[in-house]
Design a protein around this ligand. Structure first.
Ligand code: BES
Ligand code: MN
Ligand code: MN
Length: 489
């Protein structure tokens, strides 16, 4: 009996060796394809980056459409069922592989629109002429989000060309208005376009995948399990019926610029605490465990300070920089205007002043409640002699995802195969509102697999993306489909 068991064990061991040889073989097949297509993946990306798909500026509508069509052509080249869906704004690109019975479905989301490149003069090379320096490609959209998004297209291509059929179904939903409020996607999700197939059915999936955020640091890939929400406002103040001589009229009417400064200053105190009534009421405090976990990442406040070129860091009292970035709500003025901006001095009392400002939110703050509380506060703060116009823009709640899911495990393994090391778990201060939509509407979680870096200059001049990470992202993506296929749904 003992011998039989020993022999049986030996057989199992050999079978296992055999299995891993086969797995290695298939893996090296990926590697062959990845090596053979290494340069072409880059030149394809560069071609896409050359299209200035600036979603917020209607002067670029033609280029936005060209970028959408380019992507649709890529999907059709892989024989995916592809649609360019017209919306009230820029089109959505939707594509899917055939359904696989009994296997999970993945919904990949991304965006092909980019932020305006200004200030243009601060770019070392033109934003829409991709330029490679020091292993990184510099261009608007390099990391946010064309460069990251396209890794999943090439990951899928690599899988299909190497192994043939996919073991799961993959659906792609790629929008062109992420940077400008996402009205088209919103209407699409509300079922306003394709009445024949309910959107919930069309997008039905077991998990969403988004690569539109960052790694923890170079060589330290990460899975992001929390993002902040946002609530964004504009405030316009008007005073006298024209700009006035500040000597003849100063001190007799409320100066809208003075009023604006006073109002904005009242919104945050010296300890970095936001003063909107009720702002912190629903804030989920960071647990001791999470604070310890953040601290264990070995974040250097000093390096961070140096890298940003400031002589001191600042923020809400009682919290570390990482805690402030990932787990605490914030208030920031995003734009400010009034009075004379030209050369030299002009003694003017401006007739108007305005600002754009926003709060980043954490679970379980409610953007609408904060908006209403702020409206009341502003009405009370508005001084005599000033007309106030308060305009709320988009809002989305923040969230944290459960780490305890087989999909997290699958993504960790895929990242390990692509990057050679297992990911750490991080949160981020950025916002991707569609994740909430997926959770409410489709009742699915999202894997946030960022291949970028925090210093990639997204939304700033000289946006960049490491090409090595681009290729590692492609490999992680093609490994992900197999890892997800192992999950029973
Ligand atoms: N890709 C970013 C979001 C992001 C950036 C997540 C960095 C994690 C790390 C996205 O394109 C973006 O810019 N989102 C906006 C959302 C807003 C317009 C609602 C943001 O965060 O400002
Ligand atoms: Mn993005
Ligand atoms: Mn962005």
């Amino acid at each position: 009996m003992g011998r039989f068991i020993a022999e049986f064990c030996e057989l199992c061991r050999s079978l296992n060796v055999f299995k891993s040889v086969i797995e290695d073989l298939l893996m090296s097949n990926f590697d062959t394809y990845l090596t053979e297509n290494h340069d072409r993946f880059e030149s394809d990306l560069f071609e896409w980056l050359r299209m200035p798909s600036i979603g917020t500026d209607s002067a670029y509508d033609k280029d936005v459409r060209e970028a959408a069509d380019w992507l649709a052509t890529k999907f059709r080249g892989l024989e995916l069922e592809t649609e360019v869906i017209e919306t009230c704004g820029h089109p959505l690109v939707y594509a899917e592989t055939p359904a696989v019975d009994g296997a999970p479905t993945v919904l990949v989301y991304g965006h092909y629109d980019v932020q305006p490149p200004d200030p243009y003069e601060l770019w070392d090379t033109p934003p829409f002429e991709p330029s490679v320096r020091d292993g990184k490609v510099f261009a608007r959209g390099a990391t946010d989000d064309k460069g990251q998004m396209i890794t999943h297209v090439f990951g899928l291509e690599t899988y299909l060309k190497t192994k043939g059929d996919l073991p799961i179904q993959v659906k792609f939903l790629i929008e062109g208005e992420e940077e400008s409020g996402g009205a088209g996607l919103e209407a699409f999700l509300n079922g306003e376009y394709d009445k024949a197939v309910p959107v919930k059915e069309k997008l039905a999936a077991d998990i969403a995948v988004i690569s539109d955020c960052s790694q923890y640091a170079p060589g330290k890939p990460a899975i992001t399990y929390g993002l902040k929400g946002i609530t964004y406002f504009q405030l316009n103040l008007t005073g006298p019926n024209r700009d006035l001589h500040s000597g003849s009229f100063g001190g007799t009417v409320t100066n809208p610029a003075n009023a604006l400064c006073k109002i904005l200053a009242a919104l945050i105190d010296n300890d970095g605490r936001v003063q909107i009534p009720g702002f912190y009421d629903k804030v989920q405090d960071l647990s001791e465990r999470e604070r310890e976990q953040f601290a264990s990442l070995g974040f250097s406040e000093e390096e961070y300070r140096e890298e940003l070129g400031v002589n001191a860091l600042a923020g809400e009292k009682g919290y570390t920089t990482i805690e402030r970035r990932w787990g605490r709500p914030t208030f920031d003025i995003n734009g400010l205007w009034s009075g004379y901006q030209g050369e030299g001095a002009k003694t003017v009392l401006p007739a108007a002043a305005g600002a754009k400002f926003s709060c980043r939110l954490v679970p379980d703050q409610n953007p609408e409640e904060i908006q209403e509380s702020l409206r009341k506060m502003l009405e009370e703060l508005c001084p005599p002699g000033i007309e106030m116009d308060f305009q709320p823009f988009h809002g989305a709640p923040g969230f944290v995802l459960s780490l305890d899911s087989p999909f997290m495990e699958a993504a960790s393994t895929a990242i390990e195969q692509g990057f050679g090391t297992r990911p750490v778990f991080v949160r981020s201060g950025g916002s991707i509102p569609v994740v909430n939509k997926f959770s409410q509407m489709l009742e699915i979680d999202t894997l946030l697999l960022g291949w970028g870096q925090d210093d990639d200059n997204l939304h700033s001049p000289n946006e960049k993306f490491s090409l090595e990470d681009f290729h590692r992202g492609i490999k992680s993506s093609c490994c992900l489909w197999d890892e997800i296929a192992k999950i029973k749904t």
